[in-house]
Every structure is written in C-alpha cells, then in structure tokens.
Design a protein around this ligand. Structure first.
Ligand SMILES: Cc1cc2nc3c(=O)[nH]c(=O)nc-3n(C[C@H](O)[C@H](O)[C@H](O)COP(=O)(O)OP(=O)(O)OC[C@H]3O[C@@H](n4cnc5c(N)ncnc54)[C@H](O)[C@@H]3O)c2cc1C
Ligand SMILES: NC(=O)c1ccc[n+]([C@@H]2O[C@H](COP(=O)([O-])OP(=O)(O)OC[C@H]3O[C@@H](n4cnc5c(N)ncnc54)[C@H](OP(=O)(O)O)[C@@H]3O)[C@@H](O)[C@H]2O)c1
Length: 424
C-alpha cells in the first residue's frame, strides 16, 4: 500500500522525494494550489509577507544537492524562494505525485494504517502518513480585555506596508516576524509603537561582508551548546549591540537555546527613535491601548506578531502523536517518531535556526530508511523502535523551548545522519 504525505512545503517536498528515492509508493496532498508551503505568497497557509527575506543564508538553507543559483543574494527574498521550490519539485519530478487544492480533512485508523478523507469528498487508505502540515499557520492571539475600535490583526494576515500609511501603529511581539513588521511600518506610519515581553539575542546578517551563519556550518568539532553560547554570545553582543542598551529586555536564555533575532535594521531604528517601546498589552478601550505599566496610547492598527499554535486539525484524537498539553505539542523521538508504532510520522516540526531544509531532508530520509529497514534490516529497525520507546517514556526534562521542539542544529543534524547510517 501507498504512503501519504500531507503538505508540499519544504518538509513535505523532502518527504515525497525521500520516499520516492527509497522506492516506496507515495502520493501527497496539498491544500494550496502549488508547492512551497509558507513560501507560496498569498496562499491560505502562508504567513510570509511581501518584504520577507531568509534569515538563514542561502548556503545553509537550501537542500544539500539543490543549491540556490550563484547569482542570487546571500539572503534571497520570498519571490526567489517560491521559485526555488517550484524548480525543486520539477527537478525531482515530484509534481505527478501531488494533488493540489485538496487537503486532508480527516485521518482515521484503518487496520494498521490510516484512511484519509479529502476536502473534496474522496477517501483513500494508506499504509502510513507523513504529516508535514507546517506549524506557522494557526495564529496565537494573546488575551486582552475590552474592545478595540481600530484595525486589529495577526501577523499571518499582514502582507504589505501600504496599510500603515499615515497611521498610528502598534506591533506586539519580538520574534523575527515582529521585528520585520516594525521595520516595514517605520517608513509609512505616522508613528510606531512596539510592545515587547521577553528578551532575545540579536545576530547581524553579515559579519565582515559575509553571511554570519556560514562559519557555524563548517565546523568539524561540535562543541556542547552551552560552550558555543558562551563563546559566541559576546561576539553577537558586540556586533549587533546588547539589546538592553536599546531599552529591550535582557535575554534570560543563552544564545543557542532559542532562535535569535536576525535583523540588522530594527535596533538601528530603535536607536534612532523611529520606534518606541511599550510593555505587553493589558486592555483595549475604544481606539486606545492600555499597557501593563498603565501607559495608554491611541492607535489605528494593532498587529499581533505573537507566534503560532501547533495544530493537527485532521486528527480528532491527538494521542497517536503523543500530545503533551503542557507544551501544546507532541513529544516525538527526533521530533519525528511517536512512541506508538502506528504508521504516523511528522516532518518539519521543529524550531532551531540553522536546521534549514537539509535538516528537514534528513528527517524524511530517516523516515524512509526506517520504513525500508522494517522490510529488510529487521534487527536495526527493532533496535531503532526501542530507542523511540525509551526516549518517549523518559520524562521531558531537557529545556527545548516553549513547545519542547527546539533543536540544536549542529547536534540534531549529526544525530539524524547517524540514525540513517544505522538503518541503511
Ligand atoms: C516569515 C517567515 C520567514 C521564515 N524564514 C525562514 C528562514 O529564513 N529560514 C528557515 O529555515 N525557515 C524560515 N521560516 C520557517 C518556515 O516555516 C520554513 O522555512 C518552512 O516553510 C517550513 O516548512 P514546512 O514544510 O514544515 O511547513 P510549511 O512551509 O508551513 O508547509 C506546510 C504545507 O502543508 C499544507 N497543509 C497543511 N495542512 C494540510 C492538510 N490538512 N492537507 C493538505 N495540505 C496541508 C499547507 O498548505 C502548506 O503548504 C520562515 C517562516 C516565516 C513565516
Ligand atoms: N525573515 C525571516 O526569515 C523570518 C521572519 C519571520 C519569522 N521567521 C521565523 O518564523 C518563526 C515564527 O516567528 P514569529 O516571530 O512569527 O513567532 P515567534 O518566534 O513565536 O515569536 C513570537 C513573539 O511574540 C511574543 N509575544 C507573545 N505573546 C506576547 C504578548 N502578549 N505581548 C508581547 N509579546 C508577545 C513572544 O515573546 P516571549 O519571548 O515573551 O514569549 C515572541 O517574542 C520563527 O522560527 C522565526 O524565526 C523568520
């Protein structure tokens, strides 16, 4: 029987290719009209806005055997990335395996496999399913009391900066999205306020004219994450500037414990006074916003750049994915394998600057290697299954971010490669 891949973003495309290359029968469903996932600008699942550029350089982000063109800049924009994925799907002949404009509405168990019900009404049985539905599509909206009479939206809806023309704008959230939107707003808005909660490290895009992340990937020796943080944090603080000197909260975590902010412009604008900081939002009152320290400002547009929820709407019961309510996420071995041997695999569910699309491809190569080993290398497959069960039974005591899905890219890619070798 065939395997189903849900989604044709970077992780879904990697999954189709890995299974196809391993000689496993595979087909895929994509609710959008084309491939690219987040990078298909304007699609219902996409949170990408017109000004988006990669925050990881093209050399570290592109699939290992499908580099981005030499003449493209170090951090290509979303138009180029959209083209990149269409070219990737053409180059590896993935289009014939995909159905578009038809998503998976429901997955139900069928024997040892799964039955998928599609949006357009068809149902089909599969031996297993690789879920690559993305985790930046379902907006997380913070709670605030009262009603706001201006325009209020999540960053997912934000596309381009004309909406800011002449307006009093408030952006909430200091992830990479919030930082990009603050920069977008500055040249159009009457004034820009920025509501910030926790602190984060800032990393410049370029050091001495070279992409700042390139050297990280060339290292042969993987130093422990805490030691790398200790070594690189002073450099980041020197090159970008300590965030607290710009009035931002001092980060309480180490550099390599979270995705940093990769934005060379937003601190400049803070320093120039083009944007003013505010505490988290407490309440709305007509066209006014009241902040936690009691400050009150009249605002025309509020944008919540406050992140996303991890959701699997096609699974009525999330226990097959080992769902952890305290994290709002599943607990999966290597972010991929649930403890139950149930034919479900997850691809692309991770946070971690530096993993790039090669990291997603390693995840899906591992899924394919495991599926093949179950038929040809039984002892290795059984040992791998025991590893999955041992990991998932152990308490989740390591700090892996809010959702428990953060990975240290150097160690993670190395672990994936080793696991693939053991199964092949
Ligand atoms: C603004 C922005 C900038 C980013 N910049 C970077 C960067 O510089 N570097 C980096 O590495 N990452 C970056 N990311 C992260 C980005 O999410 C990843 O690059 C990548 O797109 C994740 O791939 P994915 O395939 O896991 O998910 P997605 O790209 O989200 O793709 C998921 C796909 O699944 C489809 N789908 C969902 N549910 C169903 C269903 N039920 N049936 C059928 N199809 C379904 C969706 O339509 C979508 O096409 C950025 C994200 C954003 C929002
Ligand atoms: N240019 C690019 O390539 C680019 C652009 C955008 C996004 N991305 C990537 O896409 C992913 C999602 O990024 P994201 O920025 O959308 O989400 P995110 O990384 O989850 O950041 C959300 C931010 O919102 C803050 N927040 C949450 N609730 C808040 C509240 N009530 N008031 C004030 N702040 C609040 C969080 O602060 P706390 O720290 O206090 O929780 C955090 O700073 C990340 O992996 C990111 O790196 C890349």
């Amino acid at each position: 029987m065939t395997y189903l891949v849900i989604g044709a973003g970077p992780a879904g495309l990697a999954a189709i290719r890995s299974l196809k290359d391993a000689g496993l029968p595979v087909e895929a469903a994509e609710r959008n009209a084309d491939v690219g996932g987040q990078w298909l600008y304007g699609a219902q699942s996409s949170a990408v806005y017109a000004s988006t550029h990669l925050i990881s350089s093209k050399a570290t982000t592109a699939f290992a055997d499908f580099p981005m063109p030499e003449e493209w800049p170090a951090y290509p924009g979303r138009v180029q990335i959209e083209e990149y994925f269409k070219n990737f799907a053409k180059r590896f002949d993935l289009y014939p395996l995909l159905r578009f404009n038809d998503g998976v509405a429901k997955l139900t168990r069928q024997g040892s496999g799964w039955r998928a019900a599609f949006d357009k009404g068809e149902t089909r049985g599969y031996e297993g399913v690789v879920i690559a539905n993305g985790h930046l599509s379902d907006p997380l909206m913070p709670e605030a009391s009262g009603n706001f009479s201006g325009t209020l939206m999540h960053a997912k809806e934000y596309k381009s900066p004309e909406i800011f023309e002449g307006k009093r704008v408030l952006i909430a959230g200091m992830g990479n999205t919030g930082c990009d939107i603050v920069v977008d707003a500055i040249h159009r808005a009457k004034n820009v306020l920025w509501s910030v909660r926790g602190g984060n490290h800032f990393v410049p895009k370029f050091v001495a004219g070279r992409p700042a992340d390139e050297r990280n990937h060339k290292t042969k020796l993987v130093l422990p994450k805490w030691l790398r943080s200790r070594l690189h944090e002073p450099a980041a603080r020197l090159l970008a500037g300590p965030p607290e000197r710009f009035g931002l909260p001092k980060p309480t975590h180490r550099l390599y414990d979270r995705t940093p902010i990769v934005n060379s412009l937003v601190l400049l604008h803070l320093g120039q006074g083009d944007v003013s900081l505010r505490k988290p939002i407490k309440a709305f009152d007509g066209n006014a916003v009241i902040f936690e320290d009691g400050k009150r400002d009249e605002i025309d547009i509020v944008i919540f750049a406050t992140g996303y929820k991890i959701t699997f709407p096609f699974l009525g019961d999330l226990s097959p994915l080992n769902w952890q309510p305290q994290f709002g996420a599943p607990r999966l071995y290597m972010n991929v394998f649930p403890p139950e041997d149930n034919g479900l695999f997850v691809a692309g569910l991770l946070e971690g600057a530096g993993v790039g699309w090669p990291g997603r491809a390693l995840q899906t190569d591992l899924i394919a290697a495991y599926l093949k080993a179950r038929k040809g290398k039984l002892i290795a497959a059984q040992e791998f299954r025991r590893e999955i069960e041992r990991y998932c039974a152990a308490p989740a005591n390591e700090d892996r971010g809010e959702h428990g899905i953060f990975v240290d890219f150097l160690q993670y890619k190395r672990d994936l490669k080793k696991a693939i070798e053991r199964l092949r």
